[in-house]
Design a binder for this molecule. Sequence first.
Ligand code: UTP
Length: 293
Amino acid sequence: MKVRKAVIPAAGFGTRFLPATKSQPKEMLPIVDTPTIQYVVKECVDSGITDILMVIGKSKRAIEEHFYRNFELEDELREKGKTDLLAEIESISNLANIHFVWQKELNGLGDAVMYGRSFVGNEPFALLLGDTLLGTNDELGRPVTKQMIEICSEHGESVVALEEVDWDKVERYGIGGGEEVGDGIFKLDQLVEKPSRDDAPSNLAIAGRYVFIPEIFDYLESQTPGKNGEIQLTDAMARMMSDRSIYGLRFDGKRYDIGNKLDFLKTNIEFGLKRPDTGPALAEFINEIANDL
Ligand code: UTP
């Protein structure tokens, strides 16, 4: 089963990051010098995806501009002989075929996903949150989405990425529970959105990556509003689970939630330390300020 298409919802208000997100998308906040959503698109491309639909809305125009060509800027870089930068800028608009749709009202993640129905058609597809990066320690260097596509191809069923979180944080996430049927692969029998610690079936949190069979749209279409009066994707998945299997991949790696201020700062420090152009000076600076604390 080949997965060629991805949907990236990026319409949310980003209230956890106000005032920065009043007029600019959180998905464009940079990790060092690259917008978060560009990493997400790269993950798609490295997973074999060729066509992407981004679900956007008010104050999200900068995302569209970022993935279109900017001829004036290209001319300027060419004239100044900045060929490396020129190649990098040109490559952004060639990453994949990227399409955009506006979510009319912010009725939740499940509602946003429904805007992908005609784009996706009758094929399996990947769903990646535009404000979340997943780092992986995979020996083969496969992005998490690629690992999930392989599981989907093997079983012909949907797959969700799972991250082990502290038990006192389960109430912040969608949580999955089920039996481990392979190394880090679970056949899920429970999915609960933001459960209390006592009600949580496990501490495995849904981590912003999904690969769905197209049948998910039937369940979304008939889904009634849940928590916060929104159409919750997790609720539709829980209903689909009574007819179809859903697998979970507890990936070996780390989730970076850019919509959360502290995670955003930590991610910039971690990525900045790993880069040869910023790492040494940043490490020196951190040691310097740590000594003053
Ligand atoms: P979040 O709840 O994490 O994002 O939604 P948010 O609503 O933007 O952030 P806060 O909580 O107000 O700070 C998860 C994902 O679903 C998308 C968001 O853009 C994010 O990628 N989403 C959410 C939509 O596209 N539409 C919606 O109606 C809701």
